[in-house]
Design a binder for this molecule. Structure first.
Ligand code: HEC
Ligand code: HEC
Length: 432
């Protein structure tokens, strides 16, 4: 073989190796090391795994420094999982109850129209002093006026610049700030990718997972990468997970806003714990939506309606309207839906149906002809089939109603979906 031949073989072999190497990278995850570091620093920039070096002397509580505390795990502020998060002496929040209503939504979305910048993270000259974080907390019972003022102050973005009020104390490094910006701007981990809709009016927040998700693939990913430490998602488990989350993975996800936290921790790992990104199989965005769909379906299908759901239900955003639900022993469910017609008059539709696992289909009737008081005669009451309500419950305190008016009424009343929670909380349901 001449030299030219050897060279050709060498070039072909090199090209082949490059090809194998690059497809291998693509089939895993294309998140760069800087995106990964940024994700950990977004969670907690003072942690060692995120390149941090401990707590600043001006602020003893890390939650007053963490990006996620004020902007939410999903970076959506009050438009996401932190919509109802309270502020306490130990942690700030995304503005719920605040007098400063500036949005904490910093998620760019998947488009290229808006990106956050390192200088905005630094907040030179416009951020607060570390001392104003947890130090601003005054108990409501002690002094209501000071409480109100401190409440807002502690929620403000700290000055993270090397020239501002916190200069000389511990600050995020330049690498951390640059990598946090890269992570937040990374479309592949944007909440708009994971969820095609987040209904934060629903309590708990309802997540519509990306339609490209595959629950079967999610189940096997969970079994291969999470089970060893976390056990069966439906059960409480105490092993290499340090007993967390308490009550098991499904119980964790049933709580308010938790898919936002789940997707961050389960994709990037939790800094300074054994749950690092490499020990959990370096998940990519597809693995995340698959796993979330699997777990969300497990939450819903594992629930069985009992008379524990009897009571008054509503959508807190639609006060003045609601459902009275009564579950009888034989599985018959009676529902009264009090709402309004399209002219603004009060309207009740009433119906019944038989429960089936976690759902029940109610055939509603609209009535008229009855007369108030001693003139009442049941024979004068007319009944008109009005439509169907499909009720699905995923726990004893949250459900969804799909209202489908009958054809006769469909030109007048629109079909709609209402996310309901309890107006009245019975004792046995409250601590879920
Ligand atoms: C204690 C609460 C708090 C913490 C901690 C916090 N922020 Fe903020 N941040 C806010 C508030 C409130 C605003 C909106 C008002 C403002 O711009 O000051 C804001 C604004 C921003 C903005 C938009 C700035 C602009 O000019 O539009 C970005 C970007 C941002 N924060 C990123 C971060 C990152 C990244 C971290 C973590 C390193 C972080 N924030 C930590 C409360 C916080
Ligand atoms: C090597 C063991 C290990 C593996 C594997 C593992 N985890 Fe974890 N996980 C932990 C530990 C330990 C914690 C508690 C960390 C802490 O102290 O905050 C945890 C916490 C969590 C939390 C937060 C719970 C809470 O109450 O805050 C979630 C969510 C979670 N894991 C999801 C997953 C998912 C999903 C997988 C698989 C992709 C996974 N974990 C794989 C060890 C593991």
């Amino acid at each position: 073989m001449n030299n030219n031949g050897k060279l050709t073989i060498f070039i072909v072999a090199t090209m082949f190796l490059c090809l194998v190497w690059s497809t291998n990278i693509w089939s895993k995850d294309d998140a760069s090391a800087c995106v990964e570091l940024g994700a950990l620093a977004y969670n907690n920039w003072i942690s060692t795994d995120a390149g941090g070096s401990g707590i600043p002397s001006g602020e003893p509580l890390k939650d007053y420094l963490r990006c996620k505390s004020c902007h939410g795990w999903d970076r959506l502020g009050m438009r996401g999982g932190y919509v109802r998060r309270s502020r306490t002496a130990e942690r700030p929040n995304a503005g719920y109850g605040d007098t400063d209503t500036t949005s904490r939504d910093i998620a760019p979305g998947m488009g290229d129209y808006y990106h956050i910048r390192a200088s905005e993270i630094r907040h030179a000259g416009i951020g607060r002093a570390y001392e104003d974080g947890s130090g601003s907390w005054v108990d409501l019972a002690v002094d209501p006026t000071a409480h109100a003022a401190g409440y807002t102050l502690g929620n403000q973005h700290p000055d993270f610049s090397t020239t501002g009020v916190n200069a000389g104390d511990k600050l995020p490094t330049q690498e951390q700030v640059d990598c946090i910006a890269l992570f937040v701007n990374y479309g592949d981990s944007d909440p708009k990718f994971y969820f095609f809709g987040i209904d934060y009016h629903a309590d708990p927040v309802w997540y519509n997972i990306h339609p490209g998700a595959n629950a079967t693939a999610g189940e096997s990913f969970y079994e291969q990468n999470c089970m060893a430490c976390h056990g069966d998602p439906a059960l409480d488990h105490s092993g290499m997970n340090g007993g967390k989350p308490e009550g098991g993975m499904l119980a964790f996800l049933r709580k308010d806003g938790k898919f936002s936290e789940f997707v961050h921790k389960a994709r990037w790992g939790i800094p300074d714990t054994i749950m690092t990104r490499s020990t959990i199989g370096t998940p990519n965005s597809q693995d995340m939506i698959d796993m979330m769909l699997y777990l969300q379906e497990s939450i819903t299908s594992s629930f069985v309606i009992t008379n524990g759901i009897s009571g008054t239900w509503w959508d807190p955003q639609r006060s003045g309207e609601g459902f009275m639900i009564d579950v009888a022993k034989d599985g018959l469910v009676a529902v009264s839906y009090y709402t309004y017609d399209t002219m603004g008059h009060q309207m009740w539709v009433i119906g019944a149906g038989n429960l089936n696992g976690n759902t029940v289909e109610i055939d509603f009737e609209l009535t008229d002809g009855g007369i108030y008081g001693s003139a009442f005669d049941p024979l004068t009451v007319n009944r008109y089939p009005w439509g169907t309500g499909i009720f699905t419950f995923s726990s004893c305190y949250v459900g969804k109603v799909e209202i489908i008016p009958n054809q006769d009424y469909s030109g007048i009343f629109e079909a709609q979906t209402i996310y309901i929670s309890r107006l009245t909380m019975p004792e046995h349901c409250a601590d879920e």
